[in-house]
Ligand binder design. Structure first.
Ligand SMILES: Cc1cc2nc3c(=O)[nH]c(=O)nc-3n(C[C@H](O)[C@H](O)[C@H](O)COP(=O)(O)OP(=O)(O)OC[C@H]3O[C@@H](n4cnc5c(N)ncnc54)[C@H](O)[C@@H]3O)c2cc1C
Length: 407
């Protein structure tokens, strides 16, 4: 069967990209190894995704945001980063940007369902379920894909959106930097005694990180990171023991805790592909950049990369060019690296620093946190990015007396 675009992986990146390209009149096939019900009605997987305003806007333009009930969207009004077990913290308050929130929290399964519903509504997208892609052959003019049942498909461009452990990336000879953090992240929702005031917390504790993502109804997604063996002990606890063990780790920020749903463990591996395209193949989502979740950027980078790639391909289509030709793919690679590489690197360094409990490392952390707290321009750039506020608006809010002419 012949299509314009063959997307391998029906996760959020693959589905978002398919819908954007279908909107340009392209005939798209999406293949996922999971059964239809897992894609059409994904179950809660413990991931509560902190979405930046830019990502929300892209989902809105895709028509996916409308599928998410407003009561399932929890605002992040402010964020605090705490060092070690001490009282000091770095505060990100978006009010200076004029925004009422730093971002929104939406459960990953709802994002996946919304993107699935949009893709399903497009006449020129065909979704293949239980469709394990076993081979990709890249010719001069077409990509040919073979499923494990032997079915064959061709297209001008193949797109790997098949997780950070992408087999397609590997079998196409694209190398990737992989960093196994030797740690496991445990995620799960908890109800709590005190109000979270919609403040997100990131606690860099000496015995493992902990994040609080506020959820409507005085609940929070509690994200804890441990060395893999310690994580096993926490996973083995019953709900009550887990709640009691978590309360003091939270510096009593939320008071008494009670588990409110399943606990799920994710081993932490960061992945960065050395290039994002080769002949007739482009990598998107986690297959291109698999972030450590601590900075909550994996999906945000994924969907922004997808929108960027679609923008370059739109120009190719308008000029009557081959969508599998390197020009647009190269431009995407350049832009996506520029967006993601600095934070990917910074995250690796930061996590190394925070898993090192020597005295010098502790001192460096304290100094870095203090410097970040007092260096307002750095915080402003970060908040402008999260809230999609142009820097000139931020300056205008801070310096109301400046003539608007110069803004
Ligand atoms: C605990 C945790 C918390 C996170 N929190 C955040 C956050 O707050 N903010 C944020 O931006 N990001 C966050 N992320 C990251 C985010 O979840 C991922 O970046 C995102 O889900 C990746 O989407 P994807 O479509 O690239 O890949 P995936 O969701 O992994 O989907 C890949 C799909 O490919 C299919 N597939 C694989 N191989 C094949 C094959 N050979 N043939 C056919 N199909 C195949 C799979 O079945 C799957 O459906 C978090 C991640 C974790 C683990």
């Amino acid at each position: 069967m012949v299509y314009d675009i063959l997307v391998i992986g029906g996760g959020p990146a693959g589905l978002a990209f398919a819908s954007l390209m279908a909107g340009m009149g392209q005939k798209v096939a999406v293949f996922d190894r999971q059964p239809k019900k897992a894609l059409a009605n994904p179950t809660f997987d413990g991931r509560d995704i902190a979405l930046s305003e830019k990502s929300r806007q892209i989902m809105d333009e895709l028509g996916a945001w409308q599928y998410i009930d407003t009561d399932q969207v929890s605002p992040i009004r402010c964020a605090r980063v705490h060092d070690g077990n001490g009282p000091s913290s770095l505060v990100f308050d978006p009010r200076a940007t004029g925004a009422d929130r730093l971002g929104n929290i939406v459960s990953n399964h709802l994002i996946r369902k919304a993107l699935y519903d949009v893709a399903k509504s497009k006449a020129n997208i065909t979704l293949f379920f239980d469709a394990e892609v076993s081979t990709l052959q890249r010719g001069e003019k077409v990509a040919t894909l073979i499923l494990s049942d032997g079915s064959i498909f061709t297209g001008a461009l193949a797109v790997a959106a098949d997780t950070r452990f992408s087999k397609i990336r590997q079998s196409s000879g694209i190398m990737a930097d992989m960093h196994d953090f030797g740690q496991t992240m445990i995620v799960g929702r908890m109800a709590h005694e005190k109000s979270h005031h919609y403040i997100a917390h990131e606690l860099f504790r000496y015995d493992g990180g902990l994040a609080v993502l506020p959820i409507n109804g005085n609940k929070a997604s509690i994200v804890q990171t441990f060395a893999a063996d310690v994580a096993n002990e926490f996973m083995d606890m019953d709900d009550q023991a887990y709640a009691r063990a978590t309360e003091p780790r939270l510096k009593s920020l939320l008071g008494k805790l009670a588990c409110d749903g399943p606990r799920i463990a994710y081993p932490l591996v960061g992945v960065y592909a050395q290039k994002f395209y080769t002949d007739r193949l482009v990598l998107i989502g986690d297959a291109a950049v698999g972030m450590h979740p601590v900075t909550a950027h994996g999906f945000n980078f994924g969907i922004q990369g997808v929108a960027n790639l679609a923008g370059h391909l739109r120009q190719s289509i308008a000029r009557g060019r081959d969508i599998g030709a390197p020009g647009a793919l190269r431009a995407y690679q350049r832009d996506h690296r520029r967006l993601s590489w600095p934070l990917y690197q910074m995250t690796e360094k930061m996590m190394s620093l925070y898993t090192n409990n020597t005295l010098p490392a502790r001192i460096v952390r304290k100094v870095a946190l203090h410097a970040a707290q007092t260096f307002q321009p750095g915080k402003d750039v970060m908040m402008a990015r999260l809230t999609s506020t142009p820097m000139r608006n931020l300056l205008a809010n801070k310096l109301p007396a400046l003539p608007r002419l110069f803004m």
